[in-house]
Design a protein around this ligand. Sequence first.
Ligand code: ADP
Ligand code: ADP
Ligand code: ZN
Length: 217
Amino acid sequence: MNVVLLGAPGAGKGTQATALTKLLGVVHVASGDLFRRALSKNTELGLLAKSYMDKGELVPDEVTIEMVLERIREPDCAAGVLFDGFPRTLSQAEALDDRLAVEGKAIDKAVYIEVSEEALVKRLSGRWICRDCQTPYHAESSPPRVSGRCDVCGGELYQRADDREETVRERLKVFFSQTLPIVDYYERQGKLLRVDGNQGIDEVSAAIRSQLQVESA
Ligand code: ADP
Ligand code: ADP
Ligand code: ZN
């Protein structure tokens, strides 16, 4: 099964992804995490991506598509992938479909987590991320058990530079202009599932499971 998680920055994609990948038996592929990992290793790709991420702009399609398609060629992705943060443009969505089609595969469902703009800004401004495993936390809605430490791996929590308010506004603008068209793209293909993301984390998880018709273990 191949599923796309759609939603604005801060909608809760990363938060929902971990449990959902386990439930579906697929691998989590998050383009933003791949860029941040490349940057932490100081690779050319990471440095290039940083120049766009810092401004809240999208990394060019060509580079992004190549990176993600390369990732999903790895053997662990054969059983299926949960895509998070990719595709973000129509060209990316088409490139992904073309690539999957070569292997006789396709995107089965796209889950769109819808959240009000006001809530998105609040979520991003209070977000803390694990430096090691990238699990997201929130100062108010989902604090870690030990302050500054990841519940999952004990890693150090930090605030992303692009979660500051000016960059957040730009990222939201980019989402509405460049990414929203792919909601229609999946809707036209009859693959779109909408979930109200303006609820607590557990309620959103339950809504996603119900839309995908999968039960929790
Ligand atoms: P968010 O929390 O907004 O979902 P991500 O971690 O997915 O953040 O993305 C952070 C940044 O990485 C984006 O603002 C963009 O610069 C870059 N990025 C991530 N995914 C993509 C993509 N599919 N296409 C282009 N740029 C991307
Ligand atoms: P995305 O990956 O879509 O950018 P995240 O999963 O990183 O979003 O979530 C953004 C922030 O909002 C994080 O700080 C996270 O803890 C918090 N968050 C996620 N889902 C909810 C929710 N349903 N209610 C309140 N806060 C949430
Ligand atoms: Zn961690």
